[in-house]
Design a protein around this ligand. Sequence first.
Ligand SMILES: Cc1cc2nc3c(=O)[nH]c(=O)nc-3n(C[C@H](O)[C@H](O)[C@H](O)COP(=O)(O)OP(=O)(O)OC[C@H]3O[C@@H](n4cnc5c(N)ncnc54)[C@H](O)[C@@H]3O)c2cc1C
Length: 562
Amino acid sequence: MALVEEYDFIVCGAGTAGPAVAARLAEDPTLSILLIEAGQDNVNLENTQMKLSRGKFLGGSSAVNGTLMVRGMRQDYDDWEALGNPGWGSSQMWHYFNKSETFHSEPWFKEEEGAHGKSGPIHTSLHPNAPITEAMMKSFIEKGMPLVEDMFASGRTTVGVGHCARSVWQGERSTGAQYVRDSFDPEKRWRHVNLKKVFGHTVSRVILDDSMRAVGVETIIGDGGDKKVFRCKKEVILSLGSYSSPKTLLLSGVGPKEDLYEVGIRPQVDVPGVGKNLEDHLTVFLFYEVKQGYTSDHLFHGSNFDKAREEWRRSRTGTLSRSHFGAFAFTRLDERLRKHSLWNDELRKSQATTGRDPMGLLPNQPHVEYFTTERYAAPKHYANPPPEGKSAFANIIELFSPRSRGYVKLKTNDPKETPIIQHNWLSDPLDVLVYAEACKLGAEVALEGSGSKDLILGAWPPEDKHTEFRTLKEWEKYVRENATTCFHPSGTCKMGPDTDPGAVVDARLKVKGVEGLRIADCSIMPKLNNGHPQAVAYAIGEKCADMIKEDWKLEARTGARL
Ligand SMILES: Cc1cc2nc3c(=O)[nH]c(=O)nc-3n(C[C@H](O)[C@H](O)[C@H](O)COP(=O)(O)OP(=O)(O)OC[C@H]3O[C@@H](n4cnc5c(N)ncnc54)[C@H](O)[C@@H]3O)c2cc1C
């Protein structure tokens, strides 16, 4: 019989949002906090190579992501609040974005007042542009996207090109681990003595008592079958990410009752929305061959990569000290879309019912983001890095506010089994239409803009031929064949009022019908932000901790950091 440990709060998942919740709660020295992670401590991973679509170790997805800090539009969060989630509007979210961040500016950068934090655990900085980035920025400006330098932090610019902060500083990535480890301590000691972390424990279910109160969690240790129970006096918080939080709720008997019966789990609480509403951003990479000297493709040739790695190890400088993304832009596509009857028919309907466009957006929210690479860097199915003597970069097109939704569902009642993840990307024809128009415009920027047109030698690889596309049909086919995830799953435990039958948590992030159980991660997003979600995950974790402190009246005692 395993020994039972007991804590005030148990936070499950030491990824992006989870450490923020745990560390902020641990600021109260009278509390005991447990943080459980299925993966390992990230100090053990220095020499490991991996291809992951979610991060499974301390820091979670924040430790494998592209480091981009694109918060989205203020309107995105005002929409969350208007959906019946008081306290989640833009002013509150900007407070938490800033609370999580320490921004390191540059003399050349025009920072917007109040748009950045200066003392949070996540260190962010700007990126020195490669020549191809400067060239593409010029082309974006020429194609109607004016320069607004700090637009991705301020959230007020719908159409423009700007500089995007990265969660990188002095050549080191800043991750969720920053919350629970003092990064400046050379001995890497834990920051809080009242915060215990356990690694290699996969949370298999939340334990509910007869009154539907969460009283602890059960874990599976390592790859074996041994189980352990951790009990809590106050609350359990799930921060397991958009695939795993719904899975764990379902394994605990919280979810759509028909689905639970189907896999032999006795329903405890019928919450129909668990696992539904899976939303994600897609990306299409348009690669171009460019003249030599504008990108950092030299990295792939000869011994350059080894040299760059050595430089990074020695001094945290050089090409490998920064991510490979360059220029960033937002725009809307109204004029282009008005040429299509499919769009116009849907527009009439949506304006009559919601006052929004068919993608659910207001005029101050962009349809698409463009971001470029500074060297050949791509998901697995683009597998043609340029050989020595050739260079390529991508203009990446990211579709915002897609209409298609998927789901996460249990395959069996075995916690070790991966759930069914059905994204249903591009299942709505309007997503394909808007995406094709977005790609067409992206190609025009690169091929017609005076910054880039004379540098581009053709599509990469040459047989891709997208530089020769003339019709929207060609772009639709290209989108269907090449779109791939941007790794932004969200919404599978969405937040909403009791009047929303699909809502899983309320605005205090409490799971409906269960006491003492909250969710704090990207799964609670009622609608994916028109941006990238890591800054949002930190803000959700920060806000969750504050709400717990308020609800348990812990505020007066907090602030003592050990
Ligand atoms: C390759 C990639 C690139 C990305 N690029 C960007 C980017 O540039 N900018 C951006 O804003 N966003 C980016 N994202 C998205 C962003 O990183 C994620 O949306 C965000 O980090 C998710 O945070 P989370 O707290 O919801 O989940 P996660 O960070 O995934 O944390 C979940 C944690 O829970 C653990 N866990 C899961 N199940 C269990 C279990 N049963 N028991 C115990 N522990 C468990 C996991 O191991 C993980 O550590 C990217 C993501 C990926 C994967």
